[in-house]
Design a binder for this molecule. Sequence first.
Ligand SMILES: [Zn+2]
Length: 66
Amino acid sequence: MNCLRCNSPMYAEVYDHISETQGQGFPAMHCLMCGDIVDPVILKHRQARVEPRGERARLAVVTATS
Ligand SMILES: [Zn+2]
């Protein structure tokens, strides 16, 4: 696959995320041009951020402080 930032070829590497996959390596893609790393955890967070839940959370904060 190509990098989502700079569209350069990405290289597969194995990472060990301390808090999410303790002791278990998992494959991730690393861009040597801009240093971006895409792993399953990051992709999961990005997909979660698209959900409208974040919009409601921000609205709740605004009403609480006003
Ligand atoms: Zn890149």
